[in-house]
Design a protein around this ligand. Structure first.
Ligand code: NAD
Length: 271
């Protein structure tokens, strides 16, 4: 099946209708595709991202397609702003059923000996602390009725280790998987499911938040397979393909799945 034929599938997951989701990184790439997909399934969506025109554009696109959306500009590493986004969501719609903790950056890529501690901290703060803050703030709003939390990790840090200079990124992504499993066990008593998704290379705007340094050349090891290509489709995946997985994990169709990491990479990480 070609990428084109599966770009905008209609999943038809009726239990999502009129439920409420909060999505971080919703202004671009995977978060944007997931927000559109969940809205298409009838969910009301709170779109969280840095202050950016793309965030408002995503909202406009969802509303134009007949969906319901609000936006809150938040840096996910800021505890107060994250708390406010959750409060605003529940104030607007009275409930919270699904959280897609997805915002993330590649950050500065550098050899370990050249990596500045502040660059390491920034990547860990956005990717890992941001995930913790979102799950923390979700719990009081979800513990009564249960729900589904989906965390965007990566193949980096779990199956792939050849992203040279990405030690901070891969560490944050590995941390997210461990965190998802700890949270799944801890929150099972509230019927809150927590899963991590691990995409391979997906065609998004993450390059804007990727900062390679010249020192990287020192540590590269040649890799044989064309980088970014995948055995299944000979191209990066599409955000809409990841959005399908998010909608599945958000819905009751995945009601017995928790504490699991799911790879979605066209077999890229098996090479
Ligand atoms: P993207 O850059 O297209 O989208 C990420 C969004 O997150 C952007 O809108 C950005 O503004 C937002 N964001 C960044 N820092 C933020 C912060 N501090 N607070 C709030 N929002 C912030 O990239 P994407 O590829 O869609 O990335 C989404 C997630 O997918 C990330 O966690 C990334 O690590 C993960 N991922 C991406 C790929 C890939 O190949 N694109 C592969 C594996 C995992």
């Amino acid at each position: 099946m070609s990428v084109q034929t599966i770009q905008k599938p209609r999943l038809g997951l009726p239990d999502l209708k009129d439920k409420v989701a909060l999505i971080t990184g919703a202004g671009s790439g995977i978060g944007q595709a997931a927000a559109e997909m969940l809205a298409q399934q009838g969910m009301k969506v709170c779109l969280v991202d840095l202050k950016d025109d793309r965030l408002e554009q995503t909202k406009q696109d969802i509303v134009a397609a007949g969906g319901q959306a609000i936006t809150v500009d938040v840096d996910v590493s800021d505890p107060d702003r994250v708390a406010q986004a959750f409060e605003q969501t529940v104030k607007t719609w009275g409930r919270l059923d699904v959280v897609f903790a997805n915002a993330g950056i590649n950050g500065v890529l550098a050899p370990i000996e050249d990596m500045k501690p502040e660059d390491w901290d920034r990547t860990l703060s956005v990717n890992l602390k941001g995930t913790f803050l979102c799950v923390k703030q979700a719990i009081p709003h979800m513990k009564e009725n249960g729900g589904s939390i989906i965390i965007t990790s990566s193949i980096n840090g779990s199956r792939a280790f050849s992203g040279f200079g990405m030690t901070a990124y891969s560490t944050s992504k590995a941390g997210q998987v461990a965190f998802a499993k700890m949270a799944a066990l801890e929150l099972a008593r509230y019927k809150i499911r927590v899963n991590a998704i691990c995409p391979g290379s997906i065609k998004t705007n993450i390059g804007e938040n990727t900062k390679p340094t010249p020192e990287l050349e020192k540590i590269k090891i040649p890799v044989k397979y064309p980088q970014g290509s995948q055995p299944l489709e000979h191209a990066p995946g599409q955000p809409e393909q990841v959005a399908n997985l998010v909608a599945f994990l958000a819905s009751e169709a995945s009601s017995h799945i928790t504490g699991t990491e799911m790879f979605i990479d066209g077999a890229e990480s098996l090479l």
